[in-house]
Design a protein around this ligand. Structure first.
Ligand SMILES: NC(=O)CC[C@H](N)C(=O)O
Length: 380
């Protein structure tokens, strides 16, 4: 058990939404100011994985779970080397975390990494506001950065929008690296890192895959230089409409007919490579309790999500694309948003959600096995 050395801070903090709504609370984590897109996550657990998911870069995450920090921070559950959220909003922070794995409090960790947060606000009212009005820009200000409300609002309205943001290069590795297969090596996969979570190569390694993680700037030649049995495109932050380079690399992979799998941003890139559009959802899907139907089997799975954009593809028919026939393989049962795509004439598929399950239920783990089957099929 770790007890906070910081204690419950009394430093005032203000959260200002771009439409002028204001919430007042207390500083949580670092004291200062921050800006981003306000989004809410409905996960009751898994805050460490959320905070370190690079797809949250430039987003201020509002937790709908009222009590956050209960299990502190451990050294095992990070999905990348640092916290990527640009701000963190909680209602009631745990003062004394309790877990045998805890090493520090969440408050201390946020402070150590310079992440500005706010606590003690009505996160339910804030979430309802975002649900009605849509995701929007937000600023959090604490300590000396607090000015009069009009001045703070003007600052928020100057902050960059998420629509049109090209962010993969800001989070992805700059150097290639290899995640070795666990046990016998059966396949080699080139994984294009657009903001990859650590659990994803691990899930492949568990299946005998040696994963060559490549920078977001990798070319088709870089991908084939590792002599891959399959190619993977990762999750990542930003607007998929800006991801022209990965789209052209993916088209090169589809032309060659190498088995291909994409997750989240990777699904949006497959959508674009096939000629579909992408669009911004009103407030997105974030959490670990989202129902999805696999239309190829009819089975329903409960899944982890983190996306603010989606693919615009027809649900009711097979589409003709430059790479043959394609269909929507998965759909979200809450709102009919496209959650997966598959090609019928080539070994390629993707999902909009997170089968790596970090955090989240493991219902969708079969998708990694599907990728393995495609690679086995190619060898047969
Ligand atoms: N997790 C992801 O890959 C997110 C993809 C994209 N940035 C979105 O918000 O929809």
């Amino acid at each position: 058990m770790t007890t906070s050395t910081r204690g419950a801070t009394k430093t005032p903090a203000v959260l200002v939404l771009e439409d002028g709504r204001i919430f007042r609370g207390r500083a949580y984590g670092a004291v200062g100011e921050t800006f981003g897109e306000a989004v809410f996550s409905t996960g009751m657990t898994g805050y460490q994985e959320t905070l370190t998911d690079p797809s949250y870069h430039r987003q201020v995450v509002v937790m709908t779970a009222p009590h956050v920090g209960n299990t502190g921070v451990n050294d095992e559950d990070m999905e990348s080397k640092k916290i990527w959220v640009s701000g963190y909003v909680v209602r009631d922070p745990a003062r004394v975390p309790s877990s045998w794995r805890s090493r520090r409090t969440l408050d201390e960790e946020l402070d150590a990494q310079g992440v500005v947060g706010i606590s003690g606000i009505d996160t339910r009212a804030l979430t309802r506001h975002l649900r009605e009005r849509g995701a929007m820009r937000v600023g959090i200000f604490s300590g000396d950065t607090i000015q009069d409300d009009a001045a703070l609002l003007a600052r928020v309205q100057e902050a960059p929008q998420m629509k049109g943001a090209n962010l993969s290069a800001e989070v992805a590795t700059t150097e290639p690296y290899v995640v070795p297969a666990l046990g016998e090596k059966k396949f080699t996969v080139a994984a294009v890192d657009l903001g990859i979570k650590g659990m994803t190569p691990h899930r492949m390694a568990e299946r005998g895959i040696e994963v060559h993680v490549l920078p977001a700037t990798a070319t088709v030649e870089d991908v084939y230089a590792v002599n891959p049995d399959g190619v993977f495109f990762s999750n990542g932050p930003g607007d998929p409409a800006t991801a022209d380079h990965p789209v052209s690399v993916m088209r090169g992979v589809l032309e060659r007919g190498t088995p291909l799998f994409g997750i989240c941003f990777g699904n949006q890139i497959l959508g674009r490579a096939l000629g579909f559009g992408t669009f911004k959802l009103k407030y997105g899907h974030r959490g670990i309790n989202q129902p999805v139907q696999d239309r190829t089997t009819g089975k329903v799975e409960v899944t982890a999500h983190n996306h603010g954009f989606a693919v615009d593809a027809p649900l009711d028919r097979v589409s003709e694309t430059p790479f043959g026939r394609a269909e929507v393989s998965h759909v979200c049962l809450n709102d009919n948003v496209v959650e997966g795509l598959q090609l019928l004439d080539r070994p390629a598929f993707s999902v909009q959600y997170h089968p790596e399950a970090a955090a989240g239920p493991h219902d969708a783990a079969y998708l990694f096995d599907r990728f393995v089957s495609l690679m086995e099929g190619q060898r047969a």
